[in-house]
Each structure stands twice: as C-alpha cells, then as structure tokens.
Design a binder for this molecule. Sequence first.
Ligand SMILES: Nc1nc2c(ncn2[C@@H]2O[C@H](COP(=O)(O)OP(=O)(O)O)[C@@H](O)[C@H]2O)c(=O)[nH]1
Ligand SMILES: [Mg+2]
Length: 232
Amino acid sequence: MDSPARVDVILPCLNEQDALPWVLSRMPPGHRAIVVDNGSTDDSARIAREAGATVVPETRRGFGAAAHAGLVAATAPIVAFCDADASMDPAELPSVTTAVLEGRADLVLGRRMPTAAGSWPVHARIANAELARRLRRLTGLPVHDLGPMRAARREALLGLDLLDRRSGYPLEMFLRAWDSGWQIDEVPVGYSPRLGRSKVTGTLRGTVQAVTDMSRLLREVRTTVLGWEALA
Ligand SMILES: Nc1nc2c(ncn2[C@@H]2O[C@H](COP(=O)(O)OP(=O)(O)O)[C@@H](O)[C@H]2O)c(=O)[nH]1
Ligand SMILES: [Mg+2]
C-alpha cells in the first residue's frame, strides 16, 4: 500500500482537459492531487477522476474560491498549490514543499522563471514585477513574484482566515502570513507556456480583475497595517 500523502496538492481547474493528463502524471511521491473543478464545461472532472485525483466541485467562480475549497477539503498536514494548466511542472513541487515539511519555513513561494519566450505575457510580467517591488518595500522581504505555486501547513493557512475569493487570494495569503510573522521563503520554479486558454492574465478582463483585486488588498493594508505613504 502507498504511504499516506504528506502533501495535498490543490489544483484550481477551470476547463483544463488538455493539460490535466500531463499535470497529474507529474505528481512527486508523497504528493496527492486535489483537482478543484470550478464549473468546468469540458471533460476536466472525468479526466481528473480517471487519473486517480480527488475531485472537489466548487460552483462559485474565482481562483480564490477554487483554491480555498481545496484547502478546506485537504487532509494532509502540508498543502501546496499549483496551476492545472501545465505552465508549472508538479515534479518541481518538492523544491517548495521540503522546507515546510522540515519545519524550516512557514510559507514557500515559487518564483516563476520563464523557460520559453511565450511563457509570460509581457503586461502580466510588468504588473507582477511592480507588485513585487511594492511588496519588497512594504515587507522588507526579498520577494520577486506572487506566483501560484506555493506551500504551507494546512492548519496554519486556515488560521489566516483568508477572505478574497478571486485573483487576490495569493496576495492576501502573502500579506496575512507576513503580518503574522511567518518565515516566508522564495525558490525558483520553471514557467512554461500553458496548454489551453488562459482565464486570467492572458485576457484583458482577467488582467483587469486581477489588478483590481490586488490593488484593493494593498489599499486595505496601507490603511490597516501601515501609514498611507508606505506603498506609494
Ligand atoms: N481565472 C480563473 N482561474 C481559475 C478559476 N477556477 C479555476 N481556475 C484555475 O486557476 C489556474 C490559473 O488560471 P490561468 O487561466 O492559468 O491564469 P493565468 O496563468 O494568470 O493566465 C488554472 O489552473 C485555472 O484553470 C476561475 O474561476 N478563474
Ligand atoms: Mg496559468
């Protein structure tokens, strides 16, 4: 029999039938896939189930809604998040989960390193670099990317009481973790062109929503944690 998974890997999924077979074939030992099906109209749920993943349905749309549903459904002591679009290789997950498993870090963020010219739309890359610059200034932490691949202890993450259910979820996680005094580390992970169609940064609507969500969160931090000037 397999030993129990030590890491539940949460994969928010909205119509990723082309990417799922490869993504699910790349799970490292000790890592178990939880595919959160966010109302897919394609064959994602069936493909995930047939590949042996746990499938959790979440009808409320939004990256954060899917990610959080996975966190609530997870049972392993450590959770990791990974996109289900094949832009990141789950085989690299141990580089983000190991420090958490060994108790050396509370939150490990994967810093995306493009592996090909088309990996990262230029507007998304610029917006992300600017966000990271502001966060370095705010927190003093050497953070360079607010990417989706990351790991933390499940109970501790639940204790952060994250409220965002859209694109601000990864940023809110970082800010609340920092505000709670967590040890936050960053490690490089490869970033390749996704399979299938982007829902966030590859579309104008998705990008506008992501920037809106993140700006609101930063405004809240400016007024609650710090003085107004800190992030200007
Ligand atoms: N944007 C978005 N992504 C979702 C949703 N539900 C699940 N996802 C998944 O979240 C991941 C990130 O979305 P993606 O389109 O790759 O965003 P991008 O990498 O910024 O272009 C993918 O695995 C999506 O399938 C949702 O409601 N909205
Ligand atoms: Mg993606």
